[in-house]
Design a protein. Structure first.
Length: 441
């Protein structure tokens, strides 16, 4: 039977690594780790569905999913199958142009679709059908095209100047990247805000231009579309950033709620208050930092988010300080050379995590225990590996370089050779707690 604790540790490690990849813009790697972690979480839920660690892992998994989807990575079938609003809108423009027998606009909108979306949606059936209808429309209007060409040849210098002016503005408006203020990722919103500013400047110059005749249908359409998006952008943008900030705020308030519901320690001095972990706080801080360019300091959604986060930090710090006063070292259960070796390995390992730290006290809190594992050496399944080893746990009380005090629990392992001698010895940190200096005896 698979070990629940091991599964939880592996799933937690995958989520942390996925989060690290996401912060390094390795979104696809993060997505794969997210899926693998999900499989382990379900296994853990089957083994112990009511364990708080399962709930915590699912919360982290859901939070990471939201983070990745804000960055444009689809992790669910629903998210993957649904076309983005801008794709649907562009298809609607093509459909409208074909329906209205407006070939110029249809070609223009098809060209715009190809430029913007064909790489991501190369085989979209609806686009293929609309392209086919546009080709049929082109054939039906061939005689009209000849008439238009003849008429164009007969246009006066004023008409030619008008055409050139139309084309100039068609291209200038077309050159503005699409924006609407509803994209659900921060880099995209920052880009769209810049596109909005550029579009407003172009539209002001366009409105000041004097045309010696009627504007072209394409120009009229593009100008109307641009004006529509200009008129609606700020409302869309404000709503979108408020929703994104609201999601982060809800996550912060969920953390606060967890702390508020943890009250037993108030009546029982032997219980330790819960707190929000450093990793989760760093993740929230990073999200808030990413949101900052979207808001001014006094914007209500951002102000509310900062207020909630500061409240969480204050609550967390208070609880960590109280918890540190209730943390004590367990007594040593082993002395002698074997214990000294375990302590030395634990201290060397701790200094890798905390350079410049000083070990104030150490205790071996678990007798060496014989262990055995076996399994495939790697995914190729070409080599079966059997490992015999011993393990023990060491607690270290340290003072870090920044003068904080921590209690570390280190797992120490040493290989047992076939002849009974000991081989390589290594260690890793299992967990860390703040500890009050006065509790280090």
């Amino acid at each position: 039977m698979e070990d629940f604790k091991t599964i939880v540790q592996e799933a937690s490690g995958m989520l942390r690594k996925a989060e690290s990849n996401m912060f390094s813009s390795k979104n696809q790697e993060a997505a794969e780790l997210w899926k693998s972690a999900g499989t382990l979480i379900e296994k853990a839920a089957q083994l112990n569905p009511d364990d708080f660690q399962v709930k915590s892992l699912r919360q982290k998994q859901d939070k990471l999913r939201k983070d990745l989807e804000r960055k444009g990575i689809a992790l669910t079938a629903e998210a993957a199958e649904k076309l983005p609003f801008e794709v649907e809108a562009q298809l609607g423009k093509i459909r409208e142009a074909v329906k209205n027998r407006n070939l110029v606009r249809a070609k223009s909108e098809i060209e715009e679709f190809n430029e913007r979306f064909a790489g991501k949606y190369p085989n979209l059936p609806e686009f293929a059908e609309l392209s086919k209808q546009a080709n049929q429309l082109e054939q039906e209007l061939s005689s009209e095209k000849a008439a238009i060409a003849a008429e164009a040849a007969a246009k006066t210098e004023t008409a030619q100047a008008l055409e050139a002016l139309n084309r100039k503005w068609e291209e200038e408006i077309k050159a503005i990247p699409y924006f609407e203020g509803s994209i659900r990722n921060i880099p995209g919103l920052l880009n769209e805000r810049e596109y909005f500013r550029k579009a407003a400047e172009v539209m002001n110059r366009f409105k000041a231009e004097t045309f010696p005749g009627e504007k072209s249908a394409t120009l009229t359409s593009r100008a109307a579309d641009l004006q529509y998006r200009l008129d609606n952008f700020e409302a869309n943008y404000s709503a979108t950033i408020a929703e994104i900030a609201g999601e982060v705020t809800r996550t912060v308030e969920e953390c606060i709620d967890v702390l508020n519901r943890d009250t037993a320690w108030l009546q029982q001095s032997d219980l330790k208050p819960r707190f929000t972990g450093t990793g989760e706080l760093k993740s929230l801080e990073e999200e808030i930092r990413e949101l900052k360019p979207l808001f001014s300091d006094n914007d209500l959604p951002y102000a509310k988010l900062k207020e909630s986060y500061n409240r969480l930090i204050n609550m967390n710090e208070e609880r960590r300080n109280i918890r540190s006063k209730r943390i004590t070292m367990r007594p040593a259960v082993m002395n002698g050379p074997d214990a000294d070796l375990a302590v030395q390995t634990a201290e060397a390992t701790a200094l890798k995590y905390y350079p410049g730290a000083k070990v104030l006290k150490a205790a071996v809190i678990k007798e060496w225990a014989q262990k055995r594992t076996e399994g495939w050496a790697d995914n190729t399944k070409s080599k079966w590996v059997v490992r015999n080893f011993q393990e023990t746990d060491v607690e270290l009380a340290i003072r870090t370089a920044d003068n904080n005090h921590s209690l570390l629990c280190m797992r120490i392992e040493r290989d047992v050779n076939p002849d009974g001698s000991f081989g390589q010895i290594s260690g890793h940190q299992m967990f860390e707690e703040m500890i009050a200096p006065e509790n280090i005896m």
